[in-house]
Design a protein around this ligand. Structure first.
Ligand code: IPE
Ligand code: IPE
Ligand code: MG
Length: 247
């Protein structure tokens, strides 16, 4: 049976976050260098966005570069930054055509100037788009985000703009890089690794986690469907009992 027919379009996740992992291993298996793997990951990005759009997923967040990834060889880091600039430029017309609003989370000012400039330009040009919000996590680390959040909230307390007693989950949400995004419903990680790697720790508190052995450059429409089907077969209880959910 056509996989797509098994998907209930009324209950697709609102926010899907993806840890795009396995580019290096994919390249190695072909006797190529790691950068070749990153380049070949772009097709998987395009296909993921196409499929998410077709199913009506409103928010897609892609983990493209972590705070820890700065520790990689300079050659690889440079190649990743160049790839980012080139693909953002190349894909801008596609973002416009499909009304995709581009957003970024992470320590953006730590990126090379050229990457910052291109990114801000694409964000500005797509800001009125409203069919999907595509967020790139760049130089992103969840712990760094939380540290940054605590600093910003503390400043407000010191300046008497905020009372300590009034700090609640909402205030914290509003100071995270993801202040304008809903909680993650479904997190997909490719390549068989079963860890979070400092991605959206707060925002994934109640996300469904989906792990697949497929390496990122091989990830296609059917693989995305599989993740959605699995998500739709889970029971999200949010602490309640099963009976409370199904009543
Ligand atoms: C994910 O693939 C891409 C980035 C982290 C930028 P990897 O480069 O981590 O690939 P593996 O995990 O080494 O195979
Ligand atoms: C996580 O992948 C970061 C991105 C996909 C951008 P890594 O390959 O860097 O994660 P670890 O080091 O294996 O946990
Ligand atoms: Mg990896």
């Amino acid at each position: 049976m056509d996989k797509k027919l098994r998907i209930n379009l009324d209950i697709v996740p609102k926010h899907v976050a993806v840890i795009m992992d396995g580019n290096g291993r994919w390249a190695k298996s072909k006797g190529m260098n790691r950068v070749f793997g990153h380049k070949n990951g772009l097709k998987a990005v395009r296909e993921t966005l196409e499929t998410a759009g077709e199913l009506g997923v409103k928010f897609v967040t892609l983990y493209a570069f972590s705070t820890e990834n700065w520790k990689r060889p300079k050659l690889e880091v440079d190649a990743l930054m160049k790839l980012l600039v080139n693909s953002l430029k190349k894909e801008l017309p596609t973002f416009q055509e499909n009304k995709i609003k581009v957003n970024a989370i992470g320590n953006i000012t730590s990126l090379p100037k050229r990457a910052q400039k291109t990114l801000l330009n694409v964000i500005e040009k797509t800001k009125e788009n409203d069919s999907m919000t595509l967020t790139f996590a760049l130089s992103y680390g969840s712990r760094e985000e939380i540290v940054n959040t605590i600093k910003n909230i503390s400043k407000k307390v010191v300046n008497k703009e905020l009372e300590i007693e009034n700090i609640d989950e909402n205030i914290i949400n509003n100071h995270l890089y993801t202040f304008n995004l809903p909680d993650v419903d479904l997190m997909i990680r490719t390549s068989g690794e079963k860890r979070i790697s400092n991605f959206l720790l707060w925002q994934m508190a109640y996300a469904e986690l989906y792990f697949t052995n497929v390496l990122w450059p091989d990830f296609r429409k059917e693989d995305f469907y599989d993740a959605i089907i699995e998500y739709q077969n889970r029971e999200r209880r949010f602490g309640k009992t099963s009976e409370q959910i199904t009543e």
